[in-house]
Design a protein around this ligand. Structure first.
Ligand SMILES: Cc1cc2nc3c(=O)[nH]c(=O)nc-3n(C[C@H](O)[C@H](O)[C@H](O)COP(=O)(O)O)c2cc1C
Length: 345
């Protein structure tokens, strides 16, 4: 890296380094965030998306708050909570609650989710990219309700390849008072196919006057993070999928941005231990039965791309008790060939 990118500011919140951990439903819960924190390299963590209407309902019925807010009260800051819905008043109510009761650092709005349940059924997420006026109203009301806590927006390039309207949307987002814009370089129609269009992300920069632009999509190595800053003029980057089984990726990217040697991948033994710490946290929260089932998908992520991953996946997909989980990990989690050789000598 020719020069280290400066910290990024979201309102009064300093994001240092300017590397953000993406919100991922079903994955970026408190346990995952804590595991990522062990390695460092993240300037701003994010929760999974929380349905604002569901939160209001739970509140009015004096039920417990959403599971997705697990840990949010206690954990380290800065922390962003992401919410979604299409009703400005509902969003404002939840935003205020998150600020007053949870003291979150940032309230982020999901305008990017392409899943049918959110778009077609609830007219929210990326569906709203076709409705900039509603987006404006949601952001404006939320900014008002949360002040001085900053509100941010996360979008895709547009709904379809024929309607890439991110430049106009970027202006709407800034005019409505948001403090940062994150862009995933695909359209909703793309879902996850093809590659993220970073040239298109870069073009958005000229349509923003003061707020930072955070680029997102396909960053899976320290080199790619460095290249994103060098080639596309973004103020920050956000990493999602690649960090799921490699929570140390942020720390690697951070080192590269500072021009320091990139820490190597942890040994498979250390990766295994990391996964087991992750499992302990999940089980402590959800109990053995539910926690073990929930952990299956995380465990698959840790093994992904390694020799023997397929075998491990087949077996871990069936575990339902702690002893089954530990047994499968012991027998099938990928091992360093060097370590196997050393042990057999
Ligand atoms: C399983 C999964 C869940 C996701 N959930 C959310 C979410 O709750 N909110 C959101 O804004 N984006 C969500 N995303 C999108 C990511 O935040 C990110 O924009 C996308 O994966 C592209 O980044 P990547 O190439 O680094 O994965 C999710 C993605 C995945 C794979």
């Amino acid at each position: 890296m020719t020069s280290t990118p400066p910290p990024l500011w979201i309102g009064s919140i300093k994001v240092d380094p300017p590397i953000l951990q993406a919100p991922m439903a079903g994955f970026t819960n408190y346990a995952f965030r804590q595991i990522v924190r062990e390695y460092g390299g993240v300037g701003l963590h994010a929760t999974e998306m929380v349905n604002a209407r569901g939160f209001v309902w739970l509140d009015e019925n004096e039920a417990e708050h959403p599971d997705r807010l697990w840990g949010v009260r206690e954990e380290a800051r800065p922390l962003a909570v992401q919410i979604w819905d299409n009703q400005p008043e509902v969003m404002a109510k939840v935003g205020k609650r998150l600020v007053d009761d949870y003291q979150v650092s940032v309230v982020d709005i999901n305008f990017g989710c392409p899943v049918k349940q959110v778009t077609e059924k609830a007219h929210s997420g990326s569906y709203l990219l076709k409705h900039p006026k509603t987006m404006f109203e949601i952001i404006r009301r939320l900014v008002e309700a949360c002040a001085p806590t900053p509100v941010t927006a996360k979008i895709r390039l547009g709904c379809t390849r024929n309607n890439v309207n991110c430049d106009d949307i970027a202006k709407v987002v800034e005019e409505a008072g948001a403090a940062a814009l994150t862009v995933h370089g695909r359209t909703a129609q793309d879902f996850f196919s093809g590659s993220a269009d970073w040239d298109r992300i870069a073009e958005i920069k000229q349509h923003l006057r003061n707020i930072p632009l955070i680029g997102n999509g396909d960053l899976d190595s320290a080199d790619k993070v460095v290249a994103a800053f060098e080639n596309y003029g973004v103020d920050g980057v956000m990493i999602a999928r690649a960090s799921l089984g490699r929570p140390w990726l942020f720390a690697q990217a951070h080192a590269a941005l500072r021009g320091e040697p990139v820490p190597p991948e942890p040994t498979l033994e250390l990766q295994r231990q990391c996964m087991l710490r992750h499992y302990d946290m999940i089980v402590e929260r959800f109990g053995e039965a539910k926690g073990t089932v929930l952990m299956r998908k995380f465990a698959c992520c840790y093994a992904q791309g390694k020799f023997g991953a397929r075998h491990f996946r087949t077996h871990v997909a069936r575990v339902s008790t702690a002893s089954e989980f530990y047994g499968v990990v012991e027998e099938y989690f990928p091992r360093d060939l060097d370590a196997i050789e050393a042990a057999s000598q």
